[in-house]
Design a protein around this ligand. Structure first.
Ligand code: NDP
Ligand code: DXP
Ligand code: MN
Length: 381
């Protein structure tokens, strides 16, 4: 029986993870559930899955949650989140919360010896070296949930990572595939929120539309698989059937494919190293007579290039990239800036926020904070 703590249980990944748990009650039990704002859904989830600990991030909602769940341990704030990854019985923590907020609970979980099913890619973008180092020293597995990285991880089972020549991360291209800069200058958030293949939370959906999601995934892949920047390539594959590809030094290539359904990588991460039977819909070749591939347009989608630059520069540059992007996406979702202004804001932060190479948690937290302050200043000027 796997004892799971889910950080971000009310989100897209969190709710799909709970579907998986609901369908496999003999395999999984829930230790902790956490949410930030959506206390109503959190209460429903707690009543159904009966966790040992329920955490509502926003302290304003604490009384409502506690009153509805008198027989449960309910906590709030950052300390609640850190306690949710630290229960003695928990064997695996699913990090399904969004943004750099995932960093500190992930570090706490690793230090407590918990395996990590990692959906929260921003944690590896912000502090990949630190996280992977901690995982090794605490003998903890980081199992990717992100579909592309789960694909690569699956292709690499039983392989020596030193035999990787390169990897191809597939990108759907998002809702604006093939569009030019003039078109992007006028797009609305409603258009950007219509992902062609995946139903996801708002932040990652905007990232997919701007190709920042692929940029973050390039950095995520670097840390997960110990790759050099030149070993990581992106190929646009609009059908999202091939989830990513490993090319080995002997020229052989392995790909993992299937219908776009996050329940599969969630299930895989929770069960690894085992595979179990599922009833998820199966891929049918006849439904997809054409699988196509294109080069990403880096002129139109500047974010991909910015992410490569940040990865190549190293130090706190990916932290700056990520924080600036979080501010930019939030501003775009609030109609404060246009779609193309997101890349401009990120570029400016990368040019202006102080660069350094210190690989400490304090430095990453400080760089994240400084970038947000600078980005907000730019937005207000
Ligand atoms: N959705 C997908 O298919 C995929 C997602 N991912 C990654 O998984 C992560 C989650 O994505 P997704 O599920 O789409 O996101 P959602 O926005 O749907 O869900 C986010 C969850 O995190 C909680 N949350 C939000 N902000 C905070 C915070 N500051 N502190 C603590 N908890 C917080 C939310 O609570 P509340 O609901 O109460 O606000 C919610 O439970 C992201 O890092 C994303 O990049 C990766 C691959 C695919
Ligand atoms: C489901 C998943 O893993 C997302 O990260 C997905 O990859 C987004 O699609 P894009 O390829 O459009 O970024
Ligand atoms: Mn992905």
């Amino acid at each position: 029986m796997k004892h799971i703590s889910i950080l971000g249980s009310t989100g897209s990944i969190g709710t799909q993870a709970l579907e998986v748990v609901r369908d496999n009650a003999d395999l999984y039990t829930i230790d902790a559930l956490t949410a930030q704002e959506n206390y109503k859904l959190l209460i429903e989830q707690a009543l159904e899955f009966k966790p040992k600990l329920v955490v509502i991030g926003n302290t304003d909602h604490f009384d409502k949650v506690k009153m509805s769940l008198p027989d449960f341990e309910v906590q709030t704030g950052k300390s609640g989140l850190l306690n949710a990854v630290n229960l003695p019985s928990t064997t695996i923590v699913l990090t399904a919360l969004v943004g750099a907020a995932g960093l500190e609970p992930t570090i706490t979980a690793i230090k407590a010896g918990k395996n990590i099913a990692l959906a929260n890619k921003e944690t590896l973008v912000v502090a990949g070296e630190l996280i992977m180092g901690l995982a090794t020293s605490h003998n903890v597995e980081i199992i990717p949930v992100d579909s592309e990285h789960s694909a690569l991880f699956q292709c690499l089972v039983g392989e020596d990572y030193n035999t990787i020549e390169k990897i191809y991360l597939t990108a759907s291209g998002g809702p604006f595939l093939g569009k030019d800069l003039n078109y992007l200058a006028t797009v609305s958030k409603e258009q950007a929120l219509k992902h062609p293949n995946w139903a996801m939370g708002a932040k990652i959906t905007i990232d997919s539309a701007s190709l920042m999601n692929k940029g973050l995934e390039v950095i995520e892949a670097k840390w997960l698989f110990g790759l050099k920047p030149e070993q990581i390539d992106v190929i646009v594959h609009p059908q999202s059937i091939i989830h990513s590809i490993v090319q080995f030094k002997d020229g052989s290539m392995k790909a993992q494919m299937g219908l776009p359904d996050m329940k599969l990588p969630i299930h895989y991460a929770l069960n690894y190293p085992h595979r179990i039977t599922t009833s998820f819909p199966r891929f049918n070749f006849i439904d997809f007579p054409t699988l196509s591939f294109l080069k990403p347009d880096r002129e139109v989608f500047a974010n991909l290039g910015l992410a490569y630059q940040a990865m190549e520069k190293g130090g706190n540059m990916p932290t700056i990239l990520n924080a600036a992007n979080e501010v930019a996406v939030e501003a775009f979702l609030k109609d404060k800036i246009g779609f193309l202004e997101m890349s401009n804001l990120i570029k400016k932060c990368m040019e202006e926020v102080e660069f350094n190479v210190t690989s400490s948690i304090e430095n990453f937290v400080d760089s994240d904070k400084k970038t947000r302050i600078f980005a907000e200043k730019l937005l207000n000027s």
